[in-house]
Design a protein around this ligand. Sequence first.
Ligand SMILES: Nc1ncnc2c1ncn2[C@@H]1O[C@H](COP(=O)(O)OP(=O)(O)OP(=O)(O)O)[C@@H](O)[C@H]1O
Length: 240
Amino acid sequence: MPDPAVNDLAFSVRGLTKVYATAAGPVHALRGVDLDVRRGETLVLLGPSGSGKSTLLNILGGLDRASDGAAIFQGQDLTRDSDKALTAYRRDSVGFIFQFFNLVPSLTARENVALITELARRPMTPEDALARVGLSDRLDHFPAQLSGGQQQRVAVARAIAKRPQILLCDEPTGSLDSESGVQVLQALRDVSRAEAATTLIVSHNADFAAMADRVIRFRDGAITDIAVNPHPVEPREMRL
Ligand SMILES: Nc1ncnc2c1ncn2[C@@H]1O[C@H](COP(=O)(O)OP(=O)(O)OP(=O)(O)O)[C@@H](O)[C@H]1O
């Protein structure tokens, strides 16, 4: 009998290690990380700069490779996959949101989202994706005609339009004022819940912990604490 708890996992990470070779010698970004992530769960990853949060996110997103250990997604070990398999994984299963929105300046909001939906297997329409982040009235605006918070909501729409199972967010509000940051987090929360997407959010801001199902704390390439949040709150109720 398969273990139902295992089937319930989005990721199973074991002994994950990342060493970067640099001119100044090896940098140990991850030192044997173990973590199980349940499907549909929202995790907030906190920790000081350089503690390895982005490195873990990048490996789980198939953007970087581990030096050792395993990162299993649905029976597939991302640390051993071919480049082709990793590309397919990123395209079909992962939505990324970064601190800097990375929108194409010469394309409208709708066109920026369409760039991604054209490659996806069962996307929502750009109009639907933008409606979910409250931007139905900005479809034909160019990035320069949108506020920072609106641009980041376009980036959220772009990430969710392909209905990814996994949403990876690295400092998603890092360049926003607190009010826009709350709006972006609420949009993220709403779409991640509607799509039952497993969502990992990296932040410097400990206040993000309030919206998480679990809070993972990092220090010096290792997880130092995992805390269950029994009562996650809506981002609109948070003060950033
Ligand atoms: N491409 C790289 N080459 C060499 N070292 C790297 C590389 N990427 C990350 N590092 C190093 O690995 C360590 C972990 O970096 P990482 O970006 O994962 O930390 P972080 O916790 O996300 O930090 P921040 O919050 O500042 O983004 C740091 O010491 C960093 O300098």
